[in-house]
Write a protein that binds this ligand. Structure first.
Ligand SMILES: N[C@@H](CCC(=O)N[C@@H](CS)C(=O)NCC(=O)O)C(=O)O
Length: 255
């Protein structure tokens, strides 16, 4: 199996951690530089990482890859056995992939990638921080006294984990007002699969910063579906249109 990804991506993190949990061997075919984009487009016409190649089968979109891995390598399971538990995990995975990722990418843009935008758009950072707090409050309740988001460690924990590593990195660690969530962050960060994927994510970011041909360019950011909605919620819709006009932003290609 080959995994075409960029370790800096939270979606790649999720797939890598799932593969480490399942103990599946795979070859890392990283997509780090502009020169790698053609190879990626040949696998995923949306030009997004990750993409998995298993013999003649190509799967893209991290939640579809994780669903494929669960069926292909059922042991150890990363989803509960009962349908209700599975639905709950998938719902949390979806929340991580859509709303939580999108909120954090806006926070990272304002705090880290393009801090000047926060100065030009007063209120955007406060709005994004408020939305982040609402997601944390939701997750605090969802834990409801459990160690993990399901009865055992699951795909829901794996999907949420990279976002909390990123949140701490951009200056939004979970605070004392969410003690169960803060304890979960501690617990999940001790998991070997999560530790390995976190290390790779940090190395991927450092590498992308040092490489002038890096596909991840903070001066030309990629925006898509949920992330665009998050920009709109924070009053950055017109900013995105200006960025697109100036070719400082781009959308996923039409498949
Ligand atoms: N829904 C997709 C989203 C994947 C995605 O947004 N990947 C981003 C990196 S985080 C990407 O490849 N962007 C294209 C680029 O940066 O050129 C998934 O779950 O795999």
């Amino acid at each position: 199996m080959e995994l075409h990804d960029n370790p800096f991506s939270p979606f790649a993190f999720k797939v890598r951690a799932a593969l480490y949990e399942k103990g599946c061997g795979f070859e890392k075919r990283e997509v780090l530089r502009h020169a790698d984009r053609e190879r990626l487009l040949g696998l995923n016409p949306r030009g997004e990482v990750p993409a998995l190649v298993d013999g003649d089968t190509v799967v893209f979109d991290s939640k579809l890859i994780c669903a494929y891995l669960e069926e292909r390598f059922p042991e150890p399971p990363l989803l509960p056995k009962d349908p209700a538990g599975r639905a709950r995990c998938r719902q949390l995975e979806l929340k991580a992939d859509t709303e939580i990722d999108a909120c954090l990418i806006v926070l990272a843009t304002l705090k880290l990638f393009r801090p000047e935008v926060a100065g030009q758009h007063p209120g955007a950072l406060d709005r994004a921080a408020e939305i982040w707090q609402r997601h944390c409050a939701f997750l605090e309740e969802a834990l409801a006294g459990r160690d993990w988001f399901a009865d055992d460690f699951s795909l829901a924990d794996i999907a949420l984990a990279p976002h909390f590593a990123s949140a701490a990195f951009v200056g939004f660690p979970v605070g004392a007002e969410q003690p169960a969530l803060a304890a979960w962050v501690e617990r999940v960060s001790q998991r070997a699969s999560v530790q390995q994927a976190t290390r790779e994510m940090a190395e991927g970011f450092a590498q992308s910063q040092a490489d002038p041909d890096s596909m991840f360019d903070t001066n030309r950011l990629h925006w898509r579906n949920d992330r665009i909605e998050a920009l709109l919620r924070c009053g950055l819709g017109r900013w995105l249109l200006d960025e697109l006009d100036a070719d400082r932003a781009f959308l996923s290609p039409i498949p």
